[in-house]
Every structure is written in C-alpha cells, then in structure tokens.
Design a protein around this ligand. Structure first.
Ligand code: FAD
Length: 416
C-alpha cells in the first residue's frame, strides 16, 4: 500500500519506520528541513512508562488556581477569545473527576507498557544510540505534605503493577548522589525504576535515517495544505508543491493536526500547551543528575542527557505561539540551580515547544470517518514515551491487522 505520513516528529517517524517494516511504500511530509524540529526537538527526555498520568486529575482545578499566582508557576494561562481554547479547557475540567481520571490513566498506562516493549525492540533491531539511560524517574518531594499526598499515586502504581520504591532523604541521595549537596531541601521521593531517559531529537533523527534505508521517502520543506478526499475515501494529500496520491494517510502533525482535519468535519480536541526547556552543558558531573528527577514543587523535570542537563516543564495555555519569555527562563534557571548546579547556564540553550494535548491526556490513535485516513496524534506530555507503542499500533491498524493491545478506546470515537 502507498502510505503518506504527515509530520516528521517522533510520532511521524516512528510510524513511518513501522509501516515500512510492514512492507508499505511510505512517504513522510514535513515543513521543516529535517526530523524532530518542532515539539520533538528538546523535550525533557523522560521515557516515563511508570510516571505516566493525565494532567486532568481530581484536585487539579484548585491546585491550578493556586499555581496561577505562584512565583515560578507550573501553569500559565493567557486566555484569548478562542473557541477551541475554551472548549478544550472545559473538556479538561470534565476529566478531573476520580472516575474519568481512573479510565484515562489506565489507557495511558496500557499504551506506555506497550511502548516500553516496542522501544526495546526498536533499540535491539536498529542499535541506535540516543544518550539513553535506564535508571528510572525520581519524583522528588520537598515537603512532608507532598510525600503524604503521594500515597494515592503509590496505590495506583501498585494496582497497575508498575514497580516503584518510596524513598526517604538518604534513599533519594542513594539514587541521585548530587542531592547530597542539598539534602536539607528534600524530604523524600518516589522512584519508578523501570523508567528510562534519552534524547528524543537524536532518537528521531537516527530512526529517520534507518527508515530511509528501508525505503521511506522524506519530503522536507513541504507545507501540507489539505487532504484529497473523494466519496468518503482519502485519495492523497495536497502540498505547496504537489498533489500526492495515497491509499492511506496517517496524520501525525502534533498540535497542528486539528487544523488539517477541521474542514472535513473531524473535531479533534487537541490544543497546544506550551512548555519550555533549557539544555545546559555539564561542567561538574558530581552536581548533575544521573537520570530524571521530577521536582514536584515546580513540576519541572531535570534529566541527564550524556554530557548535558535538560530541564523542562511548565504548561502555558496561550495558543499557537513559541515566544520565549525571560520569566520562564528564570523559572528553569532557578529549578536547576536549586538542585543540580553542575552546568554552565551561560552556555545553555532555551527552547519552547507546543505539546499536542488532548483533554483526557491519552493520544488519539486509530481510524476516522474518512476511509483510509488515520490519526496518530495528541500525545501531549508524553509523546516521546508513547511513540514506539503508538507507531506499532497505527501500523497494525493501517495494515488491517489485529493490534496487540486493545485500541478501540484510543480512537477519536471516544469523544462522541
Ligand atoms: C517542554 C516539554 C517537555 C516535554 N517532555 C517530555 C518528556 O520528558 N517525555 C515525553 O515523553 N514527552 C515529553 N514532551 C512531549 C513530547 O515532546 C511530545 O508529545 C512529542 O514531541 C509530540 O510529537 P509529535 O510528533 O506528535 O509532534 P511534533 O514533534 O511537533 O511533530 C509534528 C510535525 O508536523 C509538522 N507539521 C505541522 N504542521 C505542518 C504542515 N501544515 N505542513 C507540514 N508539516 C507540518 C511539524 O513541522 C512537525 O515536525 C514534552 C514536551 C514539551 C513541550
């Protein structure tokens, strides 16, 4: 089959790789000059199969109100007259009940567990390196209240069979030795030891090269203008250069996916939630993290990527803009120097990306009402983590094979 994949972020590239392996003739289209140059470029680097939860959770609306007034706030809201923003926020609020949270979390965990095995397979079959480490995620608590509140997460991890360890201060230092310099700032932590870390940009680029060797064609610098649909069947894609024919099309345009689908009456509730990161060269490894540390107070992830520290986080709801503000940079500077001052901040690169967020935290993977048109998008906070499982799934669905995990409730039909 001729398959066109729209988007060369981590989701598009992993999809193209799996589709090529399944024997399809694959073309990937992206407006950028290479793979992973938008949201997949400088994310926080966590591959967190265990530390994996929807943001819409019980208690979040109250916490969100508090965050809005905090210095170094994890949430920044810039309301606009934008129906898509308003409707997405209302849907997000509706997902904050305990019942919805439990359903959404179990969907995310199912896909994350599948992604763990799928990533391991990709690693084994390609041998690609991406500054990967397999040392877990440490969620770090600075107050007893945070440590006590983690009891409900511990219960959920136990129920879902996710390995974890609750650590006291010394236990945290045992896992992340650099914390010994700031021991008075921490009270304990929750370790998910099976989590991994790695550079999403390096991974996506290496996999794109492997996919190209398998015969995948990459058309970069090409703007997608629309879909060619006739009689309820997708026939191809319209770009600023060409009209390309296809038997199937996979939409993996991240935050931009809903814009392409809207003219065809497909309402995809994906909205951009901006995040920021800093990448800092390490000058003193004894004051750098070993793996990922998630600072619960600021909701900031601090990750070791080779000889760099990547610090990333914040959720800014401000529409389609990648502006970089000095206040956000101060928050990242503060978070990293407070715990891991082992890098040279003057040499750091500051970046922002738009997380393609669904209101229920789970991506949208599966067919649409248009025959031959598939979605693999809306991976929000955890697209790097979920990429390899999502790609396997979409490749099976496009090829008409039975997926290895239950996929019905991952498709867009769940919003009906
Ligand atoms: C600060 C931050 C930290 C994060 N940390 C983590 C983390 O630690 N772990 C994790 O798992 N996830 C993390 N994420 C989330 C993760 O980065 C995303 O979920 C993931 O990158 C989404 O990948 P994607 O391929 O869907 O989107 P993208 O990478 O944005 O790819 C979409 C592609 O579509 C192309 N495109 C869009 N519109 C058009 C058009 N009209 N024509 C042509 N091309 C087009 C773009 O150029 C782009 O290359 C983080 C995100 C942010 C912002």
């Amino acid at each position: 089959m001729k398959v066109i994949v729209l988007g060369a972020g981590v989701i598009g590239v992993t999809s193209a790789y799996q589709l090529a392996k399944a024997g399809h003739e694959v073309t990937v289209i992206d407006r950028q000059v290479g793979p992973a140059l938008e949201t997949s470029f400088a994310n926080a680097g966590e591959v967190s199969f265990g530390y994996c939860s929807p943001w819409a959770a019980p208690g979040i609306p109250m916490k969100a109100l508090k965050w809005l007034f905090m210095e170094h706030a994890p949430l920044i809201l810039r309301p606009k007259i934008d129906r898509a923003m308003l409707s997405w926020m209302l849907q997000m609020l509706r997902n904050c009940t305990p019942e919805r949270y439990a359903i959404n979390k179990s969907r995310m965990l199912r896909l994350a567990a599948y992604s763990r095995t799928s990533l391991a397979e990709v690693r084994a079959e390609t041998g690609i390196a991406y500054d990967e480490r397999m040392q877990g995620t440490l969620q770090l608590f600075r107050t007893q209240q945070q440590l006590d509140a983690s009891a409900k997460d511990v219960k959920a991890l136990a129920a879902d069979g996710v390995p974890y360890k609750v650590l006291d201060r010394d236990g945290c230092i045992g896992v992340e030795p650099a914390l010994k310099h700031v021991r008075e700032k921490i009270v304990g932590g929750l370790l998910t030891p099976k989590d991994e870390t790695g550079d999403c940009f390096k991974f996506t680029n290496a996999l794109a090269a492997t996919a190209a060797a398998l015969g995948v064609r990459f058309s970069y610098g090409t703007h997608i203008k629309g879909l060619d649909v006739e009689g309820g069947q997708v026939r191809g894609v319209l770009t600023d250069r060409d009209r390309l024919r296809a038997d199937a099309v996979v939409v993996a345009l991240g935050s931009y996916s809903p814009l392409l689908l809207k003219p065809f009456g497909i309402k995809l509730p994906v909205y951009p939630v901006k995040g920021y990161s800093l990448t800092i060269p390490i000058t003193d490894a004894s004051r750098a993290p070993e793996s990922t540390v998630m600072d619960e107070t600021y909701k900031i992830a601090i990750t070791r990527l080779g000889d760099r520290i990547r610090v990333g986080g914040m959720a800014e709801i401000s529409g389609y803009t990648n502006d970089l503000g000095p206040a956000r940079r101060r928050t990242l500077d503060h978070s990293v120097t407070d715990l891991f001052p082992g890098g040279d901040l003057r040499q750091a690169s500051f970046w922002s990306g738009l997380r393609p967020m669904t209101p229920d935290g789970t991506p949208v993977i599966g067919p649409t009402k248009i025959a031959g048109l598939f979605l693999n998008t809306g991976h929000g906070t955890l697209g790097w983590t979920m990429s390899c499982g999502s790609a396997r799934l979409i490749s099976d669905l496009v090829g008409g094979r039975k997926p290895e995990i239950d996929a019905k409730d991952l498709a867009i039909g769940r919003y009906r």
